[in-house]
Design a protein around this ligand. Structure first.
Ligand code: ATP
Length: 306
């Protein structure tokens, strides 16, 4: 029996490794596909981050020449501050994050970090200065520890666990069958959207970049999960220049500035209080979201057994 078991065990291991390799290759192709959109300029220099201030200067962009998406966007994220971009679906919010990370080049104007045009610096240095928490985090079919350590391979176990604690996911991990050694993915523990996002936040905390780019998931979360994510984001954005692409307005109430985008143009800007006071697009989005949240919470209460 043992003789039979050993080869089977070995085959299982080989299968796991191949599967992991396939996922890595898929990930690589996805990155390579994007990589072809832009290239390092001849003589590109590494980005030198001093304070980490971001500026969009009259930025124009179109995926297809006939359909402009951003039409002359100017704003600044001062070093260490948080600016949130909100607006109706299709307004061009995620496009802004793709341009900052340089998946695409602007078609007009420029984007600078500490005065350096992102097109003039090497992509490697640009991307290592920016911590990106994407809408959909890819998790590897490996342990939770591996998935967090992906942020910085040299991190110690204690650093991985500290990052998870700050990202408000440590408690959840410790309750899993094998704690940090629990496998996640198809055949392992399945994580919800909110849990995956907190794993991504933990990775970013480990990476420790000077600039943060948060692209919130569109899916509605229950108020408890939302609070946990909000706390995690506050931890990670402390003293870092942060650009948040926000879908849930409640997560950006404390932002230094909120920019309201509609059809590729800035239509309002200000703090949460000032925008509510103004009674414009932001205020109506806020009221609509509040009503939707209240209705959802009521439904959840009805569903709960007495
Ligand atoms: P949402 O809130 O729904 O995520 P958004 O404000 O983030 O929307 P973007 O994802 O920036 O909007 O998209 C802006 C517009 O650009 C949309 O009309 C979208 O259809 C279009 N678009 C996005 N990606 C591409 C692409 N790769 N090629 C062509 N058009 C695209």
């Amino acid at each position: 029996m043992i003789q039979l078991y050993q080869p089977l065990n070995f085959m299982g291991m080989v299968y796991r490794e191949i599967k992991q390799a396939v996922i890595d290759i898929e990930q690589m192709f996805r990155i390579l596909k994007r990589e072809t959109e832009v290239a390092d300029a001849p003589g590109a220099r590494p980005l030198a981050v001093k304070a980490g201030a971001i500026r969009f200067e009259d930025v124009r962009f179109a995926y297809e020449p006939s359909r402009p998406i951003l039409e002359g966007l100017s704003f600044e994220v001062p070093a260490g501050k948080t600016v949130a971009i909100v607006g109706p679906s299709g307004a061009g919010k995620s496009t802004i994050s793709r341009l900052l990370y340089r998946f695409y080049d602007v078609t007009g104007g420029r984007i600078t970090i500490d005065g350096q045009d992102v097109r003039a610096v090497t992509q490697g240095s640009l991307r290592s200065a920016i911590g990106m928490v994407p809408q959909d985090t890819v998790l590897f079919n490996d342990t939770i520890r591996y998935n967090i350590r992906y942020g910085r391979w040299e991190a110690t176990d204690a650093e991985v666990e500290e990052a998870a604690r700050l990202a408000q996911i440590d408690g959840f991990i410790r309750m899993a069958p094998k704690g940090y050694e629990t496998e996640v993915g198809e055949r392992g523990l399945k994580l919800s959207g909110g849990e995956k996002q907190r794993v991504a936040i933990a990775r970013t905390i480990l990476k420790g970049p000077p600039i943060l780019l948060l692209d919130e998931a569109t899916s509605a979360l229950d108020s408890h999960t939302e609070k946990e994510i909000q706390d995690a984001l506050q931890q990670v954005s402390k003293n870092r220049t942060t650009l948040v692409i926000a879908h849930r307005l409640s997560t950006i109430v404390g932002a230094d500035e909120i920019i309201v985008l509609d059809k590729g143009r800035i239509v309002e800007r200000g703090t949460h209080a000032a925008l509510l006071e103004a009674g414009g697009l932001y205020a109506s989005m806020w009221n609509r979201q509040r009503e939707a949240d209240e209705a959802r919470e009521k439904l959840a209460q009805v569903d709960e057994p007495a």
